[in-house]
Design a protein around this ligand. Sequence first.
Ligand code: FMN
Length: 184
Amino acid sequence: MYQLKVIVASTRPGRKGPAIAKWFMDMLNEQSDFEVELIDLKEVNLPFMDEPEHPRLQKYQHEHTKAWSKKIAGADAFVFVTPEYNFGYPASLKNALDFLYQEWSYKPVGFVSYGGLAGGTRAVQMLKQVVTAMKMVPLVEAVHIPYFTKYMDDEEQFVGDEGHVRMAQGLLKELAWWTQKLEK
Ligand SMILES: Cc1cc2nc3c(=O)[nH]c(=O)nc-3n(C[C@H](O)[C@H](O)[C@H](O)COP(=O)(O)O)c2cc1C
C-alpha cells in the first residue's frame, strides 16, 4: 500500500484548510490505493528555516528537522491542501518545503486549492514552479474550489458538490498512476 500524506498548508487561527482537508480525506477513505496520513503544518510547527547546511546534504542539526525529514521520507505521494494568499501560496508551506530536498524528490504531488474567483489556481501555478526544483512531479488533475465559502455549512464543515467530487476522483486516479510509475 502506498503512503499518501495530505498536507494542510494554512496555519492561521480560524483557518478553513482543515475543513477542506477533512472533506478530501473522507473521500479517500472510500478508496484503497493509499494509506493516508494528514499532516497539519500548524501542528508540525516548524520555525523559520534554521538549518545551516543546504538540505540536499541532509546534515540536519535540529530535532524538528530530523522529525520532519522522517515524516516526508516515509511518503510515496502528496496532496497539498492550499489557500491563496495575495495570489500566491502561504509562506508556511514554502518554509516547510525548503527545510528538505531529497525527501520530496521523485514523488508526485496533487493539489486541492480554494479561494475566491480564482479558486486558488494562482497559488497552485506558483507551487508547481517550486516543487519541480525539488524534482517532484506536480499533477495536472487537481481540485480547485472557487468561492469555497458557499460550501461551508453552519458547523464550518466543507460540503463539496458533484463537480468537486469528480475533480477529486480525477486527481486520485492520476496520483495512483504516477505513484506506481515513480515507485523506487
Ligand atoms: C493574507 C490573506 C491573503 C488572501 N489573499 C487571497 C487571494 O489572493 N486570493 C483569494 O482567492 N483569496 C485570498 N484570501 C482569502 C482566502 O481565500 C480565505 O481567507 C481562506 O479562508 C484562506 O484560507 P485559510 O482559511 O485556510 O487560511 C486571502 C486571505 C488572507 C488571510
